[in-house]
Design a protein around this ligand. Structure first.
Ligand code: ADP
Ligand code: MG
Length: 704
């Protein structure tokens, strides 16, 4: 607000609309894209998909149209060959008097097609002299509708940036000179000049790379510093033996051999828990890959070493299902396994509290209820969290606090996360991957079907039902509108009852009371109900091997990763299974392409990559809950993997070489093996930069 040309009103607008609150924010706000100033379009060349284009020509006539608030100034504009309409909704008088018919102007704006003619609203206008054509690249800055209404134009931000350079000609670099040299990065001052006023595409490219690097470097430095500080502070339990429970289960109870991937992951976990450091490991494995078994056997390691273990699930249904599996296994080797959820009765709860404190309960399965402060363990050695994306870093920190020596933590997720994203979101976790399904799985055939094909679709479903199979019908959860999603559920339910009057149909949705939900789920799980109509509450974990068909209504409303999760509910038995994606005929080509990815592959990692490339990581499941401030201005986790790798390497090297930053003199643990030594002043400046950038992450609590 103290910048020339701003002031309190514009200052507030800039902050609200573009998140620009400081001079620094303004400098770091890059144009959304650049226009090649040499490219001038003919009107007949325009296309509706074009963003901003330049058109040269003359105004023929100005007219006032409409009444009151809808009053507007229109002009006919010609490039000598075709006509176009130009519209202004305000400042009519100034505009009409500023431009004269006959003079040649250059317009810059977005072309719109309306009833066969082209129009442009509020273009930027300048006098055009063909003997001195414009050149270079011109940045187009973000501009919202309400900024436009308050008099901002495409010129405003460039003017403000120019005023800023005037008042603050020198910008201090945020990166130490040694880093700039090693990674051949453009100095900050030059990079900022280039993104606002590029002198060439090549230099602009270098400038952008520098800003991306800087952004990712500080993000990685933040995460790594956090992870190292924690590893230093948190001593782990040492599991020295593989004992009786583990061995007995393995040789007497386990009904099938472990897959190679399961064995490998168990070895990794054993390795971690032997060292005396506290394990924080992320276990990724596609739906059905057998994570539960790995979790259980990790818990047995804890029991064999005199500890208790717990498993946390995101919903009551899932917790109950885990409890069923795990207590059955546990009983056979004489373990005391209990279930704790929000609906556990007071009396049972007291018993559980006692059993946990005395140590008589070996394994506790539950929901969020387990991390409440009143739940105290005798000696918790291992905590498994299923479906990480519902638990943030803060919750993990609470689990560490459950024991004097913090328990090892194994986080399991079936949402395959692209590597670059995992490195950042879970940068403080070691990663294990189960990349192999248990043998004997039949592939799932996925089909895309349109409303017109509904009849034949239901016929196909009918023949599966007659063959004794069960069927899921899933409707999207419309989060902005509970009523609407409930209505679509009821409609689907009524339709299904109508088409298949001979079968019992169950239904579940998120708003149901847990007892009712359990009843309905049980109806389906027992096979009494042959069809289940549900919103996405079934997404995680339910296991009904006899279900061979899943119909997903309005499939276009789901994210690909979510569809993949849903699809994992079928194909669990020995039979051939089908997933039918229903959608309208009128979906866009992009949506169709998205859905076709589902029909072409069942590889969760491929799907996750594709999802991220199409939607951007901001929308990926998990990013919101990760607890990390991931509002990247310059870099994209989807496309800047290479820069991310370098940035991470640099962050590691800096931590290795500069104990001061890390506050751990003499501590090694270098992963890349090389170190970058900083001066005290450089280290202090990096520290200050981290504080500035990540002030909001203080409430992770465990970071000082
Ligand atoms: P998820 O990784 O989705 O949690 P689960 O742990 O629920 O997968 O396992 C899916 C199914 O595969 C379960 O019925 C489980 O008993 C079975 N399973 C797990 N491991 C193996 C294996 N090594 N061989 C055969 N079946 C297995
Ligand atoms: Mg599971």
């Amino acid at each position: 607000m103290y910048l020339k040309g701003v002031g309190p009103v514009r200052g507030k607008l800039l902050e609200d609309e573009l998140g620009i609150a400081t001079l620094r924010d303004l400098l770091y706000t890059a144009p959304r894209r650049y226009i090649d100033r040499r490219r001038i379009y003919r009107i007949r060349e325009l296309e509706e998909t074009m963003a901003d284009v330049q058109v040269a020509g003359r105004f023929v006539r100005f007219d006032m149209e409409g009444e009151g608030a809808r009053k507007r100034l229109t002009a006919l504009f010609t490039d000598g060959e075709s006509m176009m309409q130009v519209v202004w909704f305000n400042r009519h008088k100034q505009i009409a008097s500023a431009y004269t018919p006959g003079t040649t102007y250059l317009l810059l704006g977005k072309p719109n097609a309306f009833k066969g003619t082209w129009s442009m609203a509020h273009p930027e206008v300048e006098v055009y002299d063909p003997s001195r054509p414009p050149e270079g690249l011109r940045g187009v800055y973000p501009l919202t509708e309400s900024l436009r209404r308050r008099g901002f134009t495409l010129r405003t931000l460039p003017q403000l940036v120019a005023a800023l350079w005037q008042s603050h000609p020198a910008v201090k670099d945020t990166l130490p000179a040694s880093l700039l040299a090693k990674y051949r990065l453009m100095p900050l001052q030059d990079a900022l000049h280039q993104i606002h006023n590029p002198t060439s595409p090549a230099l602009l490219q270098q400038a952008r790379e520098r800003l991306k690097f800087e952004e990712l470097f500080f993000l990685e430095l933040h995460i790594l510093r956090y992870a190292r500080a924690r590893n230093r502070r948190l001593r782990g339990q040492v599991f020295t033996t593989v004992g009786e429970c583990f061995n007995r289960f393995f040789s007497e109870v386990l009904p099938f051999p472990l897959t190679g991937a399961q064995k490998r992951v168990l070895r990794e976990i054993r390795q971690d828990t032997r060292t005396g450091a506290q394990m924080n490991r992320l276990l990724q494995g596609d739906v059905g890959s057998g994570k539960t078994l790995v979790a259980f056997m990790s818990m047995l390691l804890a029991v064999d070493n005199g500890c208790q273990a717990c498993l946390l699930a995101p919903t009551e249904i899932l917790a109950a299902q885990h409890f069923e599996t795990i207590s059955a296994w546990g009983e056979k080797i004489g373990l005391n396994v209990r279930l704790l959820t929000g609906s556990t009765r007071a009396k049972a709860r007291r018993e559980i509290d006692e059993g946990l404190q005395s140590g008589s309960i070996n394994l506790l399965i539950g929901t969020h209820a387990v991390i409440e402060d009143r739940v105290k363990f005798h000696n918790l050695g291992m905590a498994v969290i299923d479906e990480q994306h519902r638990f943030g870093v803060a919750q993990r920190a609470r689990i560490w606090g459950k024991n004097e020596i913090p328990p090892h933590v194994l986080v399991m997720t079936a949402t395959p996360i692209p590597r670059t994203l995992a490195m950042t979101l879970y940068g403080d976790l070691q990663v294990s991957v189960i990349d192999e399904l248990p043998p004997g799985r039949k592939p799932i055939t996925t089909m895309l079907r349109y409303d017109a094909q509904r009849h034949s679709m239901w016929c196909g479903v009918g023949s599966e039902l007659r063959a004794g199979r069960q069927v899921y019908v899933v409707v999207p959860l419309i989060s902005e509108n509970e009523k609407l999603s409930l209505r679509s559920l009821e409609e689907a339910y009524a339709a299904v009852c109508d088409i298949f009057p001979d079968y019992t149909v169950a239904r579940v949705h998120g708003r149901m009371k847990p007892s009712e939900k359990d009843f309905q789920m049980q109806l389906f799980a027992s096979g009494e109900a042959r069809i289940l109509v549900a919103t996405t509450v079934i997404e995680v974990g339910v296991n009904v091997p006899n279900a061979s068909v899943m119909v997903i209504e309005n499939a276009e409303r789901f994210g690909l990763s979510q569809l993949h999760q849903l699809r994992g509910r079928v194909g669990r038995g020995a039979d051939k299974s089908y997933c039918i994606l229903m959608t309208h005929e009128k979906i866009s080509p992009i949506t169709r392409k998205r859905l076709e990815i589902m029909t072409s592959t069942t590889d969760g990692f491929l799907i996750a990559e594709a999802d991220m490339n199409m939607r951007g990581p901001g929308d990926m499941e998990g990013t919101q809950q990760s607890g990390l401030a991931l509002n990247l201005r310059h870099a994209s986790l989807a496309t800047d993997g290479q820069i991310l790798t370098l940035a991470r390497e640099a962050a590691e090297a800096v931590l290795n070489g500069t104990p001061r930053l890390d506050k751990s003199p003499g501590e090694g643990g270098s992963e890349t093996g090389f170190a970058i030594q900083l001066t005290d002043a450089e280290a202090a400046s990096l520290s200050a930069e981290l504080t500035y950038r990540f002030a909001a992450d203080k409430d992770w609590g465990i970071i000082s």
